[in-house]
Design a protein around this ligand. Structure first.
Ligand code: SF4
Ligand code: SF4
Length: 429
């Protein structure tokens, strides 16, 4: 019997080639994970592959199930592996279930055959790119030390030619972090791509590759730089691109203004619904915690549903809220931010409590800056309209930094965000 603690839907990011990659990107946090499996070929055997697909599909009663592929670099498995996957998915699919495959790639090995396969099987591709060539090539190099921009751009053109849906995953580091508009306009106008996500590089300075230590490498984006990067792009986006270019960071934050659980785990109140599956069947609490202490077990030995519903994983999920320092609990932006991702919580609050997010200053600045526009968009959505109604609305002044719209609101009073709910059920939670 399936445990009643099993969440209705959960997400597993499978790494069929483990940490193996054909590139050597300077900031990649995952390359060191191959040390977890010394001597391994880092290739998912068919036994694990079949167990993964079968158990994932059996565990879901939702209309849609996502099968997510990531790396390392999943193209290293070769096309046959994914043809077999589609076959397995068709074999174990419940009647009426729609299966969506997502595929994150560095884009250097894609060719016509890959693109044809993606198109025919409806794969959604995530392409890693850090902006125009001179910014992309700073860190995204191959093993010979050569920049990869030309190859990735060629792949983007192929994906477009074959009409494969793709989005851009852009990591923001200390180099491209100073060029927000150059990066954003390149994706919007030159590529062009409609779906973007920006990921801050916060790389701990240690040899293990685990989430330990409290210093970061020089490549890491600085907190103030991250804040400016987001604010600058937000200003351009909110003036002309809402509803046309989708920036996951802004959509995820807007969900907070609506008092809704968004699609972005970093801004959610809890973790625990997105796990990572290594090539040998080991299941980890999260892609960012592929470390021995966070290995829940192996799906060949313990059914995936038991690992997902385990007290250990539920505690991992709850810890996100339970370990927030007082500084965050009392922060006006907590309902939107929730202390962001626990992997980045390694600095001290001004009064010396550990566990503050390294990026806090940047996020505070961004939330403060975007607040007037976020409120307008949230209001439009609550009225049944779409957020792009903000286009053409004159910019509203930013509230003073120390003004807390939620301060002093009674628990049973209507929430000032305008949701129509009581404060205690909305932003007062
Ligand atoms: S640890 Fe970070 S990435 Fe993982 S689920 Fe939590 S917020 Fe998301
Ligand atoms: S903005 Fe900073 S203080 Fe506020 S919840 Fe986020 S991390 Fe915590």
């Amino acid at each position: 019997m399936i445990s009643p603690s099993l969440p209705r839907a959960f997400h597993i990011m499978a790494k069929p080639s483990g940490a193996a990659c054909n590139l050597d990107c300077a900031y990649c946090f995952f390359l060191k994970k191959k040390n977890l499996y010394p001597g391994s070929t880092l290739r998912m055997p068919d036994e694990v592959h079949e167990a993964y697909i079968r158990q994932l599909l059996e565990a879901h009663d939702t209309p849609t199930v996502t099968v997510a592929w990531q790396g390392g670099e999943p193209t290293l498995m070769g096309l046959e592996f994914f043809r077999r996957s589609v076959e397995l998915q068709n074999r174990y699919r419940k009647p009426g279930t729609v299966i969506e495959n997502t595929f994150q790639t560095n884009g250097t090995l894609l060719d016509e055959d890959w693109c044809r396969f993606f198109r025919e099987n409806g794969f959604l591709v995530g392409l890693s790119m850090d902006g125009p060539g001179e910014l992309h090539d700073v860190h995204r190099k191959d093993r010979a030390g050569k920049g990869t921009f030309g190859r990735v751009l060629r792949s983007a053109r192929l994906l477009q030619e074959f009409r494969v849906e793709f989005n851009i995953l852009c990591t923001v580091n200390s180099m491209n972090g100073d060029h927000p508009l150059e990066v954003y306009r390149f994706f919007r106008d030159v590529l062009p791509a409609r779906y973007l996500q920006f990921i801050p590089i916060v790389e701990r300075d240690n040899e293990s590759g685990y989430q330990e230590g409290s210093t970061v490498t020089e490549r890491s984006v600085r907190p103030d730089q991250w804040g400016r990067f987001l604010m600058t792009i937000f200003d351009e986006w909110v003036k002309r691109d809402v509803g046309r270019t989708f920036v996951l960071n802004f959509d995820g934050a807007l969900a907070g203004w609506l008092g809704r659980a968004g699609t972005v785990c970093i801004f959610g109140p809890a973790c625990g619904l997105g796990m990572a599956l290594e090539h040998n069947g080991d299941l980890y609490s999260c892609d960012h915690f592929v470390e021995p202490d966070f290995c829940l077990g192996n799906i060949l030995e313990t059914p995936m549903v038991d690992l997902v519903a385990s007290e250990r994983q539920r505690k991992f999920g709850r810890d996100k809220g339970d370990t927030l320092p007082r500084y965050c609990r009392e922060c006006r932006w907590r309902p939107v931010c929730h202390g962001e991702c626990p992997k980045n919580r390694f600095v001290q609050t001004p009064d010396g409590e550990p566990g503050l997010n390294y990026l806090c200053a940047g996020y505070k600045a961004f939330f403060q800056h975007s607040d007037p526009s976020m409120r307008i968009m949230a209001d439009l959505i609550r009225k049944g309209r779409t957020a792009d109604g903000i286009l053409g609305v004159p910019a509203r002044a930013e509230a003073p930094a120390n003004e807390d719209p939620f301060k002093g609101v009674g628990r049973n009073a209507p929430c000032p965000c305008g949701s129509g709910m009581k404060f205690k059920r909305c932003h007062g939670q």
